[in-house]
Design a protein around this ligand. Structure first.
Ligand code: XUL
Ligand code: CO
Length: 435
């Protein structure tokens, strides 16, 4: 045991009336919701980068956090791994996620970086034999190093594409070896700063080729987890190709990859794209590509991706409604892609962030489950579209009628549609009964 969390007792469920700030008040992992354990619905994960790699810097000032693993190279990386697994145990969290560069320092060559990475992921493998925490997903950081400033897969320089392929090959194999349930690709630099120097078609073709290579390699090594693209419209790049769920689907369809790849939807990214989290989930659900979630929230006044912990149970209930209607997240889960603020210096702050996030998810899940159990909301939606079950209407939808036949039908039956209320206020009030 390290002394980083000295004196902190394991965080456990104590119920809504508990005043212990280091206890769960709503997240009760074994509680059955719609017949399934809460933990199995949520599948929550700690993000290694925000919780252990982030130093509290912002564009105007550097590190604010004093962590014992900083500036200590591989010794620091080993200490960080020890503390990470202590944290997972304290929270009793079933999953974690990491990028290659979060866990070990980069070397002077890809081979050296990979040696450092392997040294730490071997430690993970040993720790995972004793811990209950599993890998929700692994990913390669193809955006921080300056070699990636003009993109990784979409870089005009083919050597950068090759280097990125080298990183992904290793991280995909490590994810597979550690039993990772998913592998994520987030294209933070796949986009452009100016169209003046950009060949869009060339870059799209490169991105698709890269993704095809990843799909092929995953198959070749027998990886059965889900491959996920994480959409984001901008930041760090002015325009990113994986703008939102719909754009990603268009890209996957164009290159015939829509059966091989799903999406990892992040709350703050949805917002940056001018959508809600609920919208992105609903689109992914309707397209059959809902894979996993990065749980967080943006500060709505700041206009950028602040990666704060979720704290709005009402919004979370609408999100969970989409997820439950999707039949759950399958291999996916809720990765806390969220960080404490740069003034939140104490180890305990890391716990408070995750505890609040988990309680918010639990309340959202229970709200959505109550909506479903009540059934009124589903019935209203069902009734709104019930007209399409009528014979003539069904024939229009299934392709059984031409445009002219439909027009003739309107004349023959003197069809004269009468507008009906969309009932938005009624529905808003109805939903609020459950959250
Ligand atoms: C950045 C972001 C990433 C991805 C993984 O906004 O969300 O952390 O989740 O690369
Ligand atoms: Co993310």
């Amino acid at each position: 045991m390290t002394d980083f969390f000295k004196g902190v007792a394991p965080v456990r469920f104590e119920g809504p009336s508990s005043t212990n700030p280091l206890a769960y008040r709503h997240y009760n992992k074994d509680e059955l919701v719609l017949g399934k354990r809460m933990e199995d619905h949520i599948r929550p994960a700690v993000a290694y980068w925000h919780t252990f790699a982030w130093e509290g810097g912002d564009p105007f000032g550097g590190r604010t956090f004093a962590r014992p693993w900083h500036d200590k190279g591989m010794d620091g990386a080993r200490l960080k791994a020890d503390i990470a697994f202590e944290f997972f145990d304290l929270l009793d969290i079933p999953f974690f996620c990491f990028h290659d560069v979060d866990v070990a320092p980069e070397g002077d060559s890809l081979a050296e970086s990979n040696r450092n990475l392997r040294a730490i992921t071997d430690i993970f493998a040993r720790k995972m034999e004793k811990s209950r925490t599993r890998l929700l997903w692994g990913t390669a950081n193809l955006f921080a190093n300056r070699r990636y400033m003009a993109g990784a897969a979409t870089n005009p320089d083919p050597y950068v594409f090759a280097y990125a392929a080298g990183q992904v090959r290793t991280m995909l194999e490590i994810t597979h070896e550690l039993g990772g349930a998913n592998y994520v690709l987030w294209g933070g630099r796949e986009g452009y700063e100016t169209l003046l120097n950009t060949n869009l078609k060339q870059e799209q073709d490169q991105a698709a080729r890269f993704l095809s290579l990843v799909v092929e390699h995953a198959r070749k090594i027998g990886y059965k987890g889900t491959l996920l693209i994480e959409p984001k419209p901008q930041e760090p790049t002015k325009h990113q190709y994986d703008y939102d769920v719909a754009t990603v689907y268009g890209f996957l369809k164009t290159y015939g990859l829509e059966k091989d790849v799903k999406v990892n939807i992040e709350v703050g990214h949805a917002f940056l794209a001018g959508h809600s989290f609920e919208h992105e989930l609903a689109v992914a659900r309707s397209l059959g590509i809902l894979g996993s979630v990065d749980a967080n929230r943006n500060d709505l006044q700041s206009g950028w991706d602040t990666d704060q912990f979720p704290n709005n149970p009402g919004e979370m209930a609408l999100a969970f409604y989409q997820i439950l209607k999707n039949g759950g997240l399958g291999n996916g889960g809720f990765n806390f892609d969220a960080k404490v603020r740069r003034q939140s210096l104490d180890p305990a702050d890391l716990l408070h962030g995750h505890i609040g996030g988990l309680d918010t998810l639990a309340r959202g899940l229970k709200g959505a489950a109550a909506m479903l159990e009540d059934g009124t909301y589903d019935r209203v939606i069902e009734e709104r579209y019930a007209g399409w079950k009528e014979k003539g209407a069904a024939a229009m939808l299934s392709g059984g009628r031409t445009l002219a036949q439909i027009a003739d039908w309107v004349d023959a039956d003197n069809i004269n549609p009468q507008p009906k209320s969309g009932q938005q206020e009624y529905l808003e009030n109805l939903v609020n009964r459950f959250v």
